[in-house]
Design a protein around this ligand. Structure first.
Ligand SMILES: Nc1ncnc2c1ncn2[C@@H]1O[C@H](COP(=O)(O)OP(=O)(O)OP(=O)(O)O)[C@@H](O)[C@H]1O
Length: 319
């Protein structure tokens, strides 16, 4: 079996007395695109900085490309492309000067790939960085990160603040040059539609802990959405009857209907739903984004339905 590109072993980091990353056991498999998700402050950037060797763990270890991240050699670092939002570029340089400047540090450099990426973002290689839009600067940064042909790409919120056209260019570049097993990618983002397009696997952090580590399909397939017309229950404004539904993640009242999200729905779920609402229940298609949103809403409390199996019923919200 291939060694994982990144392996975290009981990784823990405190800031002062506050644990921000807690006992993370996690592998990023080689040749896959893994999306790292979580609400603001969940600990994603801290984890990434540790596995990049930029921050030391309080306990535990991060192994990146087989090396302890705290002792990463220059040659290992050169095999990793690391892109953070707002990646620094010298404003007075022209795009082609950025390339010449950056490539000095690498033994291999694919200039045709750099040109292709820059072109895909509609950038003139003779333009000065100071005249580029935010999206175009992201394109130059991505080109600079991909041209050395890194085995591992670590992207921390690369699309933050980009307009939809730049986001699409970024996604297409990632699919073209990093998807399909060409390299390993760890991508931290809040953009769930992008994750659905690009990623193979999903990891979700909640309060510094890893709560989900699954393929996109298995995550999506474990959440089912149902619609129940509000008038079908004994009290149209009361969500409590749904609390008995096995695996219920949340019940939200939207307009004239209840929207229910259920983990691992089965015959027992259907029987319970029909006891509450008769035959007025409809099953809806689940998108990955819907499933993650329902999960994160639930996890604002402290559940763990995908890690420890079926969750207990409850956590009914009526917003
Ligand atoms: N250097 C630091 N000193 C003290 N606290 C910090 C430091 N860096 C991060 N934190 C805190 O650690 C927590 C986790 O931050 P982190 O940036 O890892 O979260 P995140 O999941 O990347 O969030 P976001 O999605 O908003 O980027 C936050 O509460 C943050 O304020």
């Amino acid at each position: 079996m291939k060694a994982p590109a990144i392996e975290l072993k009981r990784l823990t980091r405190y800031f002062g007395s506050r644990p921000v990353v807690r006992d993370l056991d996690f592998c990023v498999p080689e040749g896959k695109v893994t999306a790292l998700l979580g609400l603001n402050g969940a600990g994603k950037t801290t984890t990434i900085r540790i596995l990049m060797g930029l921050l030391s763990p309080t306990r535990g270890a991060a192994m990146t490309l087989g090396q302890d991240a705290t002792k990463m050699s220059t040659s290992t670092r050169a095999r990793i492309g690391y892109l953070v939002e707002g990646h620094f570029l010298y404003p007075s340089m022209r795009v082609r000067q950025c390339e010449s400047f950056q490539r000095v540090g690498y033994s291999q450099w694919d200039d045709s790939m750099f040109r292709e990426i820059v072109d895909h973002f509609g950038i003139d290689p003779d333009a000065k960085v100071s005249t580029l839009s935010r999206g175009q600067r992201a394109g130059v940064s991505l080109g600079l990160v991909l041209a050395p042909d890194p085995e591992l790409l670590v992207l921390d919120d690369p699309a933050l603040g980009l307009d939809p056209v730049s986001r699409r260019a970024l996604n297409e570049t990632l699919i073209e040059f990093a998807g399909g097993g060409r390299r390993t990618v760890l991508l931290s983002t809040h953009l769930l539609d992008d994750v659905e397009r690009i990623a193979d696997r999903v990891a979700v952090m909640v309060g510094g802990r890893l709560k989900v580590d699954a393929s996109l399909e298995s995550f999506r397939d474990r959440v089912t959405f149902f619609t129940v017309p509000a008038g079908a229950t004994s009290d149209a404004s009361d969500a409590k009857p749904f609390a008995a539904v096995p695996g219920l993640i949340e019940a939200r009242r939207l307009g004239g209907a209840w929207q229910l999200a259920v983990a691992d729905a089965d015959q027992e779920t259907m029987a319970s739903l029909s006891r509450v609402a008769g035959d007025a229940v409809t099953r809806n298609d689940t998108t990955f984004s819907d499933a993650v949103l329902a999960y994160l809403t639930r996890e604002r409390g402290d559940g763990s339905f995908l890690v420890s199996g079926r969750q207990a019923s409850g956590s009914v919200s009526t917003s």
